[in-house]
Design a protein around this ligand. Structure first.
Ligand code: CP
Ligand code: NVA
Length: 310
């Protein structure tokens, strides 16, 4: 967990924290029936400033299967931020609910919620980070790859991105090599790369940021793509971004530079013909649906741990 029992970023997470959580998630996945009453009487508040399918549904189903309840709060039709401060919303919501989860634009907003909430706060995606996604992706890789965590993961596409940033922190912490192939204009934030480099030094892994998709993917065990049009990107930027990102599209030809048994990942939502071609996402290397399913198992583990039930 982050300091103070929140899950806001993976900035303070080390190898042991992640490995312990993966073991717990596997335990919950193997024996879901053992936890059907663990969160009886507990309520999760889910605040959303952006759209969602996987995160919203998997958290809500997780609460149902753990015996608790989830409330969806659309921030557009609530007074949060428009009529009142995040401080007031956090304090009041903490009086009603046992956990707050929020999907926000600005990362500072989730930090603000965590600062004033008196219950745990979970980051369900900000423009900067998506920690829950990456924790469940590591669970998927642990299941799929015998040599986990001694792997090379190549992320290709938009480097200045929540998935890229959280992958950098998560992979480097557990000793997985990560190579980001992206246009120079869409490089990851320096502060995140520097933090990841510190983690990599401790865990003995390598990090590289390159402007060449083939170089990034060469000999990779995992090739990861994400949307070229993240929720916070305005439609006016589409033409310019597609021009920049086209050389980083994951095609079968590009997959050919990875190891023969490489897996292809995408956190979804995905667009065939944009960040990857249809033959890649629908082909034999793709594990995107297992990845999506594991969101549910990991959310359950997170909810149980934050309630001291696991
Ligand atoms: N991967 C993910 O977070 O998907 P949603 O945007 O549908 O929640
Ligand atoms: N980078 C994507 C992730 C979606 C789960 C976005 O922010 O839209």
């Amino acid at each position: 967990m982050d300091k103070a029992n929140h899950i806001v970023s993976l900035e303070s997470w080390g190898k042991e924290d992640i490995f312990a959580l993966l073991d717990k998630a596997m335990k919950v996945k193997r024996n879901p029936g053992n936890y059907s009453e663990s969160l009886k009487g507990k309520t999760l508040l889910m605040m959303f400033e952006k759209p969602s399918l996987r995160t919203r549904v998997s958290f809500e189903v997780a609460m149902t299967q753990l015996g608790g309840h989830a409330i969806y709060l659309d921030l557009i039709t609530s007074p949060v931020k428009s009529k009142e401060s995040l401080k007031d919303s956090a304090i009041v919501s903490s009086r009603y609910c046992d956990i707050i989860m929020a999907r926000m634009f600005d990362h500072e907003d989730i930090e603000e919620l965590a600062k004033f909430a008196t219950v745990p706060v979970i980051n369900a995606l900000t423009n900067k980070y998506h920690p829950c996604q990456i924790l469940s992706d590591l669970l998927t890789l642990k299941e799929k790859k015998k040599s986990f965590p001694n792997l090379k993961l190549a992320f290709v596409g938009d480097g200045n991105n929540n998935i890229t940033h959280s992958l950098l922190l998560g992979c480097s912490a557990i000793g997985m090599d990560i190579s980001v192939g992206c246009p120079g204009e869409l490089s990851p934030l320096n502060e995140v790369v520097n933090l990841a480099k510190k983690k990599a030094k401790i865990a003995g892994s390598n990090i590289e940021i390159v402007n060449d998709a083939v170089k990034a993917v060469r000999d990779a065990d995992v090739v990861y793509a994400d949307s070229w049009m993240s929720y916070h990107i305005s439609p006016e930027q589409k033409m310019q971004r597609f021009k920049l990102l086209k050389p980083f599209q994951v095609t079968s030809e590009l997959m050919g530079y990875a190891k023969p048994d490489a897996v292809f990942m995408n956190c979804l939502p995905a667009k065939r013909g944009e960040e990857q071609t249809a033959d890649v996402i629908d082909g034999p290397h793709s594990i995107v649906y297992d990845q999506a399913e594991n969101r549910l198992h990991m959310q359950k583990a997170l909810l149980l741990v934050l309630n001291s039930k696991l």
